[in-house]
Design a protein around this ligand. Structure first.
Ligand SMILES: Nc1ncnc2c1ncn2[C@@H]1O[C@H](COP(=O)(O)OP(=O)(O)OP(=O)(O)O)[C@@H](O)[C@H]1O
Length: 663
């Protein structure tokens, strides 16, 4: 009994040994689904009904804002179908009366039932026309609702602070909310189906109540077991999805690794392919076992529901038999009642299923709503003071920044000054905080302590979009946009239209001329491997395109600005590297401060000022000469690299002086 009527238990999945081996244990999703967990276990008829008005309201509001005429059309056609169903039943009743309770011989009776038959046929035609109208209008609304929800999602994701994107909790929310728009679309369809079911149920129930008062409770008795069965199956499926989602994902991840281009070399060379394939199989098989268990459970539940419903149907027919023989019900009414009970129980069963689907989809729509709320709280504020045309310098004063999921600060009380027209270099070992410093400088991350001033103004009060306008950022992992070469450069300042001639100076500046010349269609060539006819560039060639983009962005602004270049030469050969550093230095102009972050010490010696970071703190700063004379961390790093490139070194010299920590 408990198996059928007790709460649905969330069984601990029995995962494959392959998952243990690869991931160190069963995978868990620590957010998003856990919210569903609660909702899922509460997936009872009452909770489904309680949450219905708010959920339906939210979806209908979206549909209303998308196309109110289409929504009204759906409502009118659904109500029309309900009325048509009632009229159809009354017509059937008239036919029954003429057939079973009428007087006269057979031809006369047949003649008498003609009007009823014609009415039933006309109602059928009207009903199907209304149904087609509703389908076409709902078909228009569904993609619109999905588009609105997707646009909301994408706009919110693109407008939050970078800190939110770095926050793992928020990232997971971004992850789960992506299913919201699809669910909103399906909710729209389920809303229409539920409305249809509800109206036809109400009208059928009305007709039954008119025919005989005892028929209505009997209708409920027949449909209730099927409704319970549908609810129970959905509940079991949902709980299973929740407990299995991570395992299914893990299997899919392994599958993807076998086909991904980035893993292709190791898959072959290290024979990872066969190894992962066998793990994939074992993981997929354990998920199949769960599917099988679910299907058997569904079959059993539905069988019990059908048996209970059949029992109720048999007792209804028994009761009708008794009513007829006792003279409380006419044969004609009984005939109509049989048809109405069948229609009504189908409507009720369908309605329960639709409400169930609405509830299930709403869990994802709710995640979408939660994401929009969170995103609104973490959005980059609009407005603020304008950034003056001339700022003179950018000053970082004892700035501290710690990533949300870290205990130690990535930047700890760092101060530096960037005068316009100067070249500043920032060096330091891996993880010393250089990239974080660049994100703070460019206004992408806000200091948690200390201040960042653009001229006299603190960044906190400035219009951030204007600050971004003044920043050119070229990072090591700059975006390789899957568009044409020309568009890749133009996206440095997309609002500005550009012909290939306009972009040519930037191409020349970056030394990308030979790269473009080798492309099949010059600047119009598509640089996206995933599309047919596209060309793929090497890492070094891409860096030249990136440099051209940076130049294009810089050349389209006359106001004081900052150019930040983070490891610009990592993929360049030594000759190209020297040229690139030279080009970057030449980008310094009276209206521009250049900041260069690099591990290549040869590239920084000509900088006006060099800052050395160590574990998020400023270790020392000065010119190349001053820092070499100080014989500190910078001098040690410089000597270590110089030794590797010494003419007699040949190959990297293992005996090169280690970088000593003077601290
Ligand atoms: N998005 C992030 N979330 C959490 N921690 C981060 C994030 N980015 C960087 N960190 C941490 O902050 C510290 C500084 O990292 P940062 O990337 O600024 O160093 P870096 O000097 O640029 O390193 P590299 O030379 O390797 O590029 C490191 O401990 C790093 O692990």
């Amino acid at each position: 009994m408990k198996r059928f009527f007790g709460p649905v238990q969330m069984a601990e999945p029995r995962v494959s040994d392959a998952e243990e081996e690869l991931f160190g244990g069963p995978l868990r999703y620590d957010m998003g689904w856990s919210h569903h967990e609660h909702a899922g276990l509460d997936l009872t008829m009452m909770s489904a009904l309680r949450s219905m008005p708010a959920l339906v309201g939210a979806t209908l509001r979206m549909a209303w804002s998308a196309d109110r005429r289409a929504l009204l059309a759906v409502a009118v056609s659904e109500i029309g179908q309900g009325i048509a169903a009632a009229v159809g039943l009354l017509a059937v009743n008239a036919v029954m009366h003429a057939l079973l309770a009428g007087s006269g011989d057979a031809p006369q009776r047949l003649h008498a039932l003609l009007p009823g038959l014609l009415a039933a046929a006309a109602v059928g035609v009207v009903n199907s026309a209304l149904s087609a109208w509703s389908t076409s209008r709902a078909g228009r609304l569904e993609p619109m609702v999905e588009r609105i929800a997707t646009t909301q999602y994408l706009a919110a994701a693109a407008s939050v602070e970078l800190e939110a994107i770095d926050d793992p909790d928020f990232r997971r929310l971004v992850d789960v909310a992506q299913y919201g728009p699809g669910s909103a679309r399906r909710m729209m369809g389920a809303c229409v189906a539920a409305l249809n079911g509800l109206i036809s149920l109400v009208t059928t129930a009305g007709v039954l109540a008119v025919l005989h008062p005892v028929l209505l409770p009997m209708l409920i008795l027949i449909a209730a077991p099927r409704g319970w069965g549908a609810m129970r199956v959905a509940q079991e499926r949902y709980v299973s999805v929740m407990s299995w989602i991570e395992h299914v994902r893990a299997a899919r991840l392994i599958g993807n690794l076998l086909t991904e281009r980035s893993a292709a070399q190791e898959v072959r060379l290290h024979a990872v392919g066969a190894f992962l394939l066998s793990r994939y199989q074992r993981m997929a098989e354990s998920a199949e076992d769960e599917q099988e268990r679910l299907a058997s459970s569904k079959a059993l539940t539905e069988w019990v529901a059908a048996a209970l419903s059949g029992l109720a149907l048999a007792s209804t027919y028994g009761a009708m038999f008794w009513l007829i023989t006792a003279g409380h019900m006419s044969l004609a009414i009984a005939g109509t009642a049989v048809i109405a009970v069948r229609t009504g129980s189908a409507s009720l069963g369908g309605l329960v299923m639709n409400i169930n689907q609405l509830h299930e989809e709403s869990l994802y729509v709710r995640d979408h709503g939660r994401f929009l709320d969170q995103a609104a709280r973490r959005v980059i504020p609009e407005g603020g003071d304008p950034v003056p045309e001339r700022i003179g310098e950018i000053v970082l004063d004892r700035v501290t920044y710690r990533y949300p999921d870290r205990d130690t600060a990535a930047l700890d009380q760092v101060s530096l000054t960037l005068p316009m027209g100067s070249v500043t270099a920032v060096v330091g070992e891996n993880g010393s905080g250089k990239s974080t410093l660049m994100k703070v400088l460019s206004g992408l991350l806000l200091p948690q302590a200390g201040s960042l001033r653009w001229g006299e103004a603190d960044i906190g009060g400035l219009d951030r979009s204007q600050v971004f306008e003044r920043v050119c950022l070229l990072t090591q992992d700059f975006q390789r946009w899957p568009v044409t070469a020309a568009m890749n450069i133009r996206l440095g300042r997309p609002a500005q239209a550009a012909t290939p001639q306009d972009l040519q100076p930037s191409v020349d500046y970056a030394g990308a001329g030979p790269v473009v010349a080798r492309l099949p269609d010059g600047l119009r060539s598509l640089l996206a491997r995933m599309f047919r006819g596209a060309t793929e560039l090497s890492g070094g060639e891409w860096q030249k395109v990136g440099l051209a983009r940076t130049h294009w962005r810089g050349s389209t602004s006359r106001a004081d600005s900052v150019l930040i270049v983070d490891e610009p030469t990592s993929a360049l050969d030594p000759e190209a590297e020297i040229e690139a550093f030279d080009r970057i230095r030449r980008l310094a102009a009276p209206n521009r401060a250049v900041v260069l972050v690099t591990h290549r010490m040869s590239g920084v010696r000509h900088a006006d000022r060099i800052y050395v970071l160590n574990h998020g703190r400023l270790a020392e700063h000065g010119t190349h000469g001053e820092l070499m004379a100080a014989r500190g961390r910078y001098a040690a790093m410089f000597d270590a690299q110089a030794a590797q490139y010494a003419p007699d070194a040949g190959i990297p010299n293992p005996a090169a002086p280690p970088v000593v920590d003077p601290a």
